[in-house]
Design a binder for this molecule. Structure first.
Ligand SMILES: [Mn+2]
Length: 218
């Protein structure tokens, strides 16, 4: 779904310089050619970049899958592809990527901050560095996948991965990102109450939003 939301963002700003901050445990940069599971949840960034990564192909892909893949890259009335360039993306807290994904990141020179960097620098300093990186962008979109959080907070998500953000780190990041002058959009993804106890994840997210966003009343 995330690629669809960003497609709307691109549609709204067809000629602007758009940036994307991707806070996630995963790289989500698989294509149908490289994905072991074929699960589309692992593909939104590759869709936005129009990146097939054929050189890391691990299996044959059926013609109808290729047809759909080509179509989804062009989501939106204007059928713009790619919707972003590799330098328009910054990953935060990624830690669970397949080998081909790390290789794609390196090949495309995409900027990323693994958990070690966050711990060394601190969430605030990391966020300020990212703010500076996007200073000359017209509009910035922030995607916050809740599996970026540490599973000790909640397992209410499909693919929890150890070593994630604390609540305070998540708040600090979003505090900075949502106050950037060019900040335009925030999505929260992968909250799954069916995998949770007492709705802990949804409560954690509300807590994060309440304490980091500038909102008049709740
Ligand atoms: Mn994820």
């Amino acid at each position: 779904m995330q690629q669809v939301f960003f497609a709307g963002f691109r549609e709204a700003y067809p000629d602007k310089k758009l940036g994307l901050i991707w806070i996630d445990a995963h790289g989500d940069i698989h294509s149908p050619y490289t994905s072991p599971s074929g699960n589309m949840h692992g593909m939104p960034i590759a869709i936005l970049l129009g990146e097939d990564n054929r050189e890391n192909q691990i299996k044959p892909v059926k013609p109808e899958v290729i047809k759909n893949w080509e179509r989804i890259k062009r989501t939106g009335k204007r059928k713009i592809t790619p919707k972003l360039l590799p330098q328009d993306i910054v990953y935060v807290d990624i830690r669970s990527l397949e080998k081909q994904e790390w290789e794609t990141l390196k090949k495309l020179k995409i900027k990323y901050y693994p958990p070690e960097d966050l711990q060394k620098k601190g969430a605030h300093k990391t966020a300020k560095e990212i703010e500076k990186y996007f200073e000359h962008y017209d509009a910035v979109y922030v995607s916050f996948d809740v599996d970026s959080l540490d599973p000790s907070i909640s397992k209410g998500t499909g693919t929890p991965v150890p070593g994630g953000l604390s609540l305070d780190e998540a708040k600090e990041l979003l505090k900075v990102f949502t106050r950037m002058p060019n900040f335009k959009s925030l999505e929260i993804t992968e909250v799954n109450p069916l995998l949770d106890n007492e709705n802990k994840m949804a409560n954690a997210v509300v807590n994060i939003l309440r304490e980091s966003l500038v909102i008049e009343s709740w």
